[in-house]
Ligand binder design. Structure first.
Ligand SMILES: Cc1cc2nc3c(=O)[nH]c(=O)nc-3n(C[C@H](O)[C@H](O)[C@H](O)COP(=O)(O)OP(=O)(O)OC[C@H]3O[C@@H](n4cnc5c(N)ncnc54)[C@H](O)[C@@H]3O)c2cc1C
Length: 539
């Protein structure tokens, strides 16, 4: 059995950052354990490559949601990254912090220390922003010695410029930096990209620390449980190459296994709702009703249109045109290979009286084949994705067996709240108006998805139920909260309540969904966790 001071489980966005920060203290030994491999995949480094990796058997966990009548009883593909970099190695590269009100809301829920003003310095430490027009709150220079590279999209062209003009004609102001204090408006998306390449957690945080003698990185090792002496976390059990092993942690165990992996591992270790553990045949160490509950995710409706008379990514994705794109990418770092999930991002208010946007919409200069995301259509097309920012629907993650290799049951609860259905239908109508506004009206149409047959709210909702999918932002499934909050799995300093020396620092710890894509907030949370944990160790 080997020993270390700090054990970090999961080398995703949070785990890689924490491994870097905590191993910066040479007096501590740190061991990072990851279920997936170290090898990665060449497409993962390419910004446009992510769309081909969602179902990759080595780079993802292969999850699907439990069928739910609210989403037409489908088992929706639910990718979670696996391997060094975790989900940051397969994500859509969008850097969106969320709104100041999100973090002030976290503090108002009793999570002391997480208000906007208190988290901005942590956001700064995690990024190296080198795009134009950055707000003063961005990470640059000495504020961010090691951080993820963030810049604006470079691939624009007449179709996307047309969307930018049309949005402003519809009344959305141009926002030079939606990652400043004001999110409203339309903007060129900010990507976690360093020139031609993705800047993920592995490249930004793990690689620079990987040669430190006090950091051990173990891959291809599935952690099967946290081990305890009484109620104190003493280490982990893991399975590697068919063998069971144990590692002892002298100071603390930190779970960074993500919004699905972390509640799964807690439940496998006897920490969770007693009835869930009993059903799965796991003895209860600590009855914590919030573990796996409050799962929150964004639910996306992708819409598509045919395009006339303007270039799209579709016809440039094969044959000679693709060879030209590869050359553009290699020589200038431009072209469709630098495209990611959304090249234009808009933040919109769906009704009077809202204090901030509740809808996010993105534009991509291509359209995908039915049921085959990542495979562009042959005919020219454009697509928009739209979702409600702060869903009220809640779901859960539950183990159904004591076998760590069995996938947990994931039920995100999409569209189970009335407000989520209203907001999504409003967003779909807004995207329709956007695509029909000059100068786009001359080039964009007819609508391919949902298609003109869907007119009424009921018809639009029916399409959303049967065609929508995740935006890949699950969070809050082991959330923090104040004393007295029975569903709070963690205290506001990320310690698992009721147990000692056990932390959670990843997307599952969010007390509430943020108004944006989640990766930047995971980095911020992990950055703050590194200070909190170092403070506890020194006390
Ligand atoms: C396809 C996709 C597209 C996305 N697009 C964007 C985007 O454009 N912008 C954005 O901001 N966010 C995006 N996200 C979300 C964002 O990437 C995640 O919120 C973030 O990476 C989560 O970080 P994490 O550290 O919580 O978990 P992860 O990065 O998922 O890391 C968890 C790690 O733990 C490992 N693990 C799990 N269980 C075990 C175990 N038992 N033993 C050992 N290791 C284990 C996993 O293999 C994984 O490496 C996307 C996500 C996906 C999947």
């Amino acid at each position: 059995m080997s020993q270390t001071d700090l054990l970090i489980v999961g080398a995703g966005s949070a785990g890689c950052l924490l491994a870097n920060r905590l191993s910066a203290d040479p007096s501590l030994t740190v061991t990072l354990v990851e279920a997936g491999g170290a090898g990665g995949h060449p497409l993962s480094r390419l910004p446009a490559g992510y769309s081909r990796l969602m179902e990759h058997s080595d780079l993802t966990w292969g999850y699907r949601t439990a069928p739910d009548p609210a989403t037409a009883d489908r088992a929706i593909l639910f990718p979670r990254g696996r391997g060094l970099g975790g989900s940051s190695a397969i994500n859509g590269l969008m850097q969106v912090r969320g709104q100041a009100a999100d973090f002030d809301g976290w503090a108002q829920k009793g999570c002391r220390g997480w208000s906007y003003d208190e988290v901005v310095p942590y956001f700064q430490r995690t990024e190296r922003y080198d795009g134009p027009d950055g707000d003063a709150s961005r990470g640059r220079g000495a504020k961010a010695a090691t951080g993820v590279a963030v810049t604006q999209v470079v691939e624009r062209g007449p179709l996307l410029e047309g969307f930018m003009t049309a949005a402003q004609r519809l009344g959305l102001p141009y926002n030079p930096d939606y990652n400043g204090p004001v999110q409203d408006g339309v903007a060129w998306t900010q990507q976690t990209r360093q020139g031609r390449w993705r800047s993920g957690a592995k490249e930004a945080f793990l690689d620079p620390a990987s040669r430190r003698p006090n950091l051990a990185i173990i891959t291809d090792a599935v952690v099967t449980a946290v081990t305890f002496e009484d109620r104190r976390a003493s280490g982990i059990a893991l399975r590697r190459a068919g063998r069971e092993e144990r590692i002892t942690a002298r100071r603390a165990v930190i779970l960074c296994a993500g919004a699905i992996g972390t509640p799964q591992l807690l439940q496998l270790s006897g920490i969770g709702p007693a009835e869930v553990l009993a059903r799965a045949g796991i003895p209860v160490l600590h009855d914590s009703p919030g573990v796996g509950r409050n799962l929150t995710d964004h639910y996306l409706m992708r819409m598509a249109w045919r395009v006339r008379g303007l270039p799209t990514a579709n016809e440039r994705s094969h044959g000679l045109a693709l060879v030209r794109e590869i050359a553009r990418w290699a020589v200038k770092g431009e072209g469709i290979l630098t495209c990611s999930a959304g090249m234009i991002t808009a933040f919109i208010r769906s009704r009077e009286g809202l204090a901030s946007p509740d809808i996010q919409a993105v534009v991509a200069p291509g359209s995908w084949r039915e049921g085959r995301f990542g495979h562009l259509e042959d005919e020219p097309g454009v697509s928009m994705g739209v979702w409600q920012h702060r869903p009220e629907s809640r779901g859960e993650v539950e183990i159904t067996s004591p076998d760590p290799a069995a996938a947990p049951r994931i039920r995100p609860g999409y569209l189970t709240a009335e407000e989520d259905r209203r907001a999504l239908v409003w967003g779909m109508r807004f995207c329709r108006r956007w695509a029909a506004t000059a100068p786009l009206d001359a080039h964009v149409g007819p609508e391919a998805l949902p298609g003109p047959a869907a007119e009424s709210d009921e018809e639009l909702l029916a399409v959303a139920r049967s065609r929508g999918s995740t935006v890949y932002h699950p969070c809050c499934s082991a959330r923090m909260g104040p004393d007295g909050d029975a569903m709070a799995v963690l205290d506001p300093e990320l310690r698992v309540r009721g147990l000692d020396r056990l932390y959670v620092a990843d997307a599952s710890a969010f007390p509430a969904m943020t108004s944006g894509n989640t990766n930047a907030t995971v980095y911020m949370l992990a950055e703050k966790a590194s200070d909190l944990i170092a403070g506890h160790l020194a006390a």
